[in-house]
Design a binder for this molecule. Structure first.
Ligand code: PLP
Ligand code: ZN
Length: 397
């Protein structure tokens, strides 16, 4: 395998055992826990100067902290997205500065590309011919794009609810798409049945492959570097499975331990109140979520009623001093419109949960007036322009 020097294998977050990445490919062979890429940090030689000298051209510029070499990566130069200052939002939230990390500028329009790039790279390294996943939509689109680039077949299971763009683009990328009536849980069941029938399919599903959160962690590496190696005070994240939040929290510890940055931000979970299992668990002081009975939100990307890594998400939020907030679909759509009108940036409804959540956090006095707040815009608004437009229609506009 074309792995990087400091990468030492996969560590189970539950039993703590470590496995060789050559043979362990997905969940823990001992206890079925989530596997997390591990490094010998003493062997990581990475300074601020090293990074300043590199072009800001791809998430793979952090290859010392990724499992695979840049040369081996199935990559379309994903990542290296802008961090856009938003002065009118800063005024509204009553803080020193607000930045939007604009992940809409990725190859398939969302930060899911950062996860699929290393996940499909792992599939290639393990000589897979087919990759498969269930997805709310964006991850499926990204998987079919990266699989196509690597010459692999992709099998994508989407719920009927997922957006038109996602379905159309899975077809355009040549993926084998199954649209399942119902929601993400139903798509997950159809995927599980198909996986039982096809031993040779390689999963690139959330927290089944160890590499998606690892790729998404580079969002934080970039933010820290874009703020000239200062940690922001707060990061607000639209949370479904929490993959990106868990990854960014890991990166924050790595950057601090490597003396690249002195502090760590508070990581905040933002969900929609029609599906907020992590917010509920946070408010009740629980370590894990309970499955949400009737998920119902317009924010498809975070309509995840049973997030399997909620314990990791809740740990990251509590350890970093963050909070968890839920807002209504109406507030979320209003936030997307407000950002589009006042800052120019286009947020999809799912992503605007983070903007709406930031407003709610400001109202709860979670921020100080000299704070820097980063809102993660996980995907571009024009993926669901119809949903945003019809919200205006509902207001008679
Ligand atoms: C998948 C997705 C999310 C949620 O991501 P997690 O890291 O799994 O919580 C948020 N926004 C968009 C646009 C997504 O596609
Ligand atoms: Zn284990």
């Amino acid at each position: 395998m074309d792995t990087t020097d400091a990468f030492v294998g996969l560590e189970c977050v539950d039993c703590g055992d470590r496995f060789d990445a050559e043979t362990a490919t997905h969940r823990c062979p001992e206890c079925d826990g989530i596997l997390d890429p591990a490094y010998d940090y003493d062997a990581v030689d990475l300074t601020r100067e090293d990074l300043r000298e590199r072009p800001f051209d791809s998430m793979w510029r952090y290859e010392e902290l990724l499992p695979f070499t840049r040369a081996a990566a199935v990559s379309m130069d994903e990542g290296a997205t802008p961090l856009v200052e938003c002065p009118s939002l800063a005024d509204e939230l009553g803080v020193e500065s607000v930045y939007i990390k604009d992940e809409g500028r990725n190859p398939t329009g969302t930060f899911k590309d950062r996860g699929q790039s290393p996940a499909v790279t792992a599939a290639v390294q393990h000589d897979a011919t087919d990759v498969a996943l269930a997805s709310a939509g964006n991850a499926g689109q990204a998987a079919s794009a990266y699989a196509g680039r690597a010459g692999l077949e992709s099998h994508v299971f989407l719920p009927a609810r997922s957006g038109f763009t996602n379905k159309a683009m899975v077809n355009v990328h040549g993926g084998d798409m199954t649209v399942v009536g119902g929601r993400i849980t139903d798509a997950g069941e159809a995927y599980a049945e198909a996986m039982d029938e096809h031993d040779d399919w390689y999963s690139v599903k959330t927290f089944v492959t160890p590499y998606r959160h690892e790729g998404k962690k580079t969002m934080y590496c970039e933010v820290a570097e874009q703020l000239d190696f200062e940690a922001p005070d707060h990061v607000v994240y639209p949370t479904g499975g929490g993959v990106g939040l868990v990854g960014m929290h890991k990166a924050a510890r790595e950057f601090r331990d490597l003396d690249l940055v002195d502090d760590e931000p508070a990581f905040h979970v933002a969900q929609a109140d029609g599906c907020a299992p992590i917010v509920k668990a946070f408010e009740e002081g629980k370590d894990r979520h309970e499955p949400w009975d009737v998920p119902d939100t317009i924010c498809g990307g975070i309509e995840i009623p049973d997030p399997g890594a909620s314990h990791l998400v809740l740990d990251a939020v509590r350890e970093s001093g963050g909070r968890a907030v839920a807002t209504s679909d109406d507030e979320i759509l209003d936030a997307a419109i407000s950002v589009a009108q006042n800052e120019g940036l286009e947020m999809a409804p799912t992503c605007a949960a983070a903007a709406s959540g930031a407003w709610a956090l400001a109202e709860d006095d979670a921020f100080d007036e000299d704070d820097t707040v980063v809102i993660v815009n996980t995907g571009t608004g024009n993926k669901e322009a119809d949903v945003l437009r019809s919200h205006l229609m509902g207001k008679g506009i």
